[in-house]
Design a protein around this ligand. Structure first.
Ligand code: BG6
Ligand code: MG
Length: 217
């Protein structure tokens, strides 16, 4: 495959829900926490949490609880959620890569494009190492490198800048409403992975990474 196979110079991937199904583990851990504080929680509401950092997600959940919480209580709740999440990811292996994800990373590199990863998760490197794919990315931007969570464009802009590629020459891949907003506001082409009725701001939507074809965009 030659570089002319794509009009882009780099592809920047989200991690949770695009490369691996950790979006489901985040869902399970938030659901258990929401139940303990009597906050209503379902799959639809969870769409608003995807791509949003830990404390931001917690605030969205607690805003629906019947009482308010002190800053100390919030930190304890966030820690409890993270411990549960870390338990869930502790047994992950390369077999937890989503179908099509590794093929997409290989195809992007084979076409001569750069690969980036943009995840607001503080557990991103742990997940990459469990999956054995840290070296598949030319740059990784995680929570430690940014001040603003998605939907702010900072994380995708930082990844593009570290790759030395103009935002307009980047394709961003995301499963979250907040992530698509981040990509679009960074001035990149946004490819959604999921349902078009949820990812309404995406330029294109595919149902899963198995449908990823670099030459389609
Ligand atoms: C994002 C997930 O990648 O990371 C969110 O989509 C999650 O669901 C966020 O809340 C923060 O993750 P962590 O691992 O730092 O709590
Ligand atoms: Mg995601």
């Amino acid at each position: 495959m030659s570089k002319r196979m794509s009009r882009f110079t780099a592809v920047i991937f989200d991690l949770d829900g695009v490369i691996t199904d950790t979006a489901h583990y985040h869902y399970l851990a938030w659901k258990r926490l929401a139940d303990t504080v009597d906050a209503p929680f379902d799959e639809d509401f969870n769409e608003q949490l995807k791509g949003v950092d830990r404390m931001g997600s917690l605030e969205l959940i607690l805003a629906r609880a019947p009482r308010s919480f002190t800053p100390e209580e919030k930190l304890a709740l966030a820690d409890a959620k993270n411990r549960h999440y870390q338990e869930l990811i502790s047994t992950m292996t390369p077999s937890d890569l989503l179908p099509g994800a590794l093929g997409a990373l290989d195809a992007v590199r084979a076409a001569g494009l750069k690969t980036g990863l943009a995840s607001v998760s503080k557990n991103a490197f742990t997940v990459l190492d469990r999956l054995g794919i840290r070296d598949r990315f030319d740059t990784v931007v995680d929570a430690a490198r940014i001040a603003n969570s998605k939907p702010h464009p900072e994380i995708f802009l930082t990844a593009a800048s570290q790759l030395g590629v103009a935002p307009a020459d980047c394709l961003g891949v995301e499963d979250a409403v907040a992530g698509i907003a981040s990509i679009r506001d960074a001035g990149m082409f946004a490819l959604g992975v999921g349902r078009p009725e949820v990812l309404t701001r995406a330029d294109r939507v595919i149902a899963s990474m198995q449908e990823f074809r670099l030459e389609d965009y």
